[in-house]
Design a protein around this ligand. Structure first.
Ligand SMILES: [Zn+2]
Length: 419
């Protein structure tokens, strides 16, 4: 029997068991909830660690609280191969976003161990914390967390990021020093398996695995305020209003038109307002004097980001003049786009050819820890697995056969990394 067939047969029950156990540990009202730097995330990581220990892997935590599970290689002085993903999820998310990559990496380590295959170098399986809130586990590893991000809250009544880190035994200020918490020269390459999150791969009957070419950069405003004047809905005429909600809505529509123009011109660009709230005292008969909203702009091109954000802020000025309101933009959170490493992509393509898995070359629309890793100078690559019902919702799904195909490509690539 070929290695591929045996690997897939042995991995299916192992992966299913781990998926079920982690789902059970993090089940919430509709889906799973494993927030970054929360007790649930810690519980899930402890469980994953116990599985790694039972497989005979070495385990350790770095100063950002990330879990590392290590299969020693022949020459421990050589920089290691890193593969894995993140432990956390969005609130009421699906089970496979993050967990698929950790499980795939563990399955590869488990196979190598049970077959007695010794790699030239260490294999380090990573389980990062807090990817969904802004890549804070991987940024923490690189010492690149921004001090002002530590003040951000996940929800109005929740702890700040800094407080949540402290509750997990992490010193948040250490992660803002610019100094990595680990010698990054000891990491040769980072490879992550992740669910696709778009309908793309799932629409292709014969191609269920994606070879990622790059990751879109993200430009976020978490809380922009549009400030007008709170007033009586019946008493104030058209010209006398400073209606924050009408102004914000007009701004969204104009920004959408500008976005469409850029897309028509051939730019890679997406734009989303995911949050838009009037104050808690909002009422049917009150003209809203304040609206808070988020902005999410993503593109593969740094230049497109520059062009679009300039147009975007100009449009805000126009709306301010038209409606007599004021926009207060919070400090944007920017992660530049990341290109996948051509040499790692070639190794993955060669491995896929050997195990007879077809792959589609595609960009990643969603952000991933690989961005922080690539920007720290470590070559990075990703494989996507077809999945159903998107992601960041409880209906997200993935088929075991598709997962096994991608995992087999990863196994083949890692087994022959130094050939
Ligand atoms: Zn993810």
């Amino acid at each position: 029997m070929s290695a591929s067939i045996r690997f897939r047969e042995q991995t299916a029950p192992f992966a299913q068991k781990l998926f079920d156990e982690v789902r059970q540990l993090s089940r919430s009202q509709w889906g799973v909830t494993r927030l970054g730097y929360s007790e649930t995330e810690t519980r899930v990581m402890k469980h994953i660690e116990s599985v790694a220990v039972s497989m005979g892997l070495e385990t350790e935590y770095d100063l950002a609280g990330n879990l590392w599970m290590i299969l020693p290689g022949k020459n421990r002085d050589l920089p290691a191969i890193v593969t894995g993903s993140h432990a956390d999820s969005v609130p009421e998310g699906g089970n496979y976003d993050g967990l698929a990559g950790v499980t795939a990496a563990m399955a590869v380590a488990r196979w190598l161990k049970s077959e007695g295959i010794e790699l030239e170098r260490d294999l380090r399986v990573n389980c990062f914390r807090c990817e969904e809130r802004g890549l804070f586990g991987s940024l923490g590893l690189c010492g690149k967390v921004k001090a002002h991000d530590l003040q951000r809250r996940h929800s109005a009544d929740g702890p700040t990021l800094g407080e949540a880190m402290q509750a997990c035994g992490v010193d948040p200020m250490r992660l803002t020093t610019g100094e990595p918490v680990m010698d990054l020269k000891k990491l040769a390459a980072y490879i992550e398996i992740h669910i696709d999150q778009s309908p793309k791969l799932d629409s292709l009957p014969d191609t269920r695995v994606g070879l990622v070419t790059g990751i879109r950069g993200c430009y976020f405003h978490l809380a922009v305020k549009c400030i007008g004047t709170t007033a009586h809905a019946g008493a104030i005429e058209y010209d006398a209003r400073q209606d924050a909600l009408m102004a914000a809505s007009t701004f969204f529509v104009r920004a959408r038109e500008k976005w469409h123009e850029r897309v028509q011109a051939g730019d890679d660009l997406v734009f989303t307002v995911g949050i838009c709230n009037t104050p808690s005292f909002a009422a049917l008969n009150i003209i809203p004097g304040e609206v808070t909203f988020s902005v999410d702009i993503r593109t593969l091109s740094e230049e497109t980001k520059e062009v679009f954000t300039e147009i975007f802020y100009e449009e805000a000025k126009r709306v301010e003049a038209e409606f007599g309101v004021r926009f207060e933009f919070d400090v944007p959170l920017y992660t530049p786009p990341s290109a996948c490493d051509p040499e790692l992509m070639r190794k993955l393509q060669d491995a896929a050819d050997r195990v007879d898995v077809k792959m589609l070359r595609m960009a990643s629309g969603a952000g991933h820890d690989g961005m922080a890793i690539e920007q720290a100078g470590i070559p990075m690559a990703m494989l996507f697995v077809a999945n159903q019902n998107g992601s960041h919702n409880p209906h997200e799904d993935m088929q075991m056969d598709d997962f096994l195909m991608a995992t087999d490509v990863l196994r083949e690539m890692i087994e022959h990394f130094d050939d």
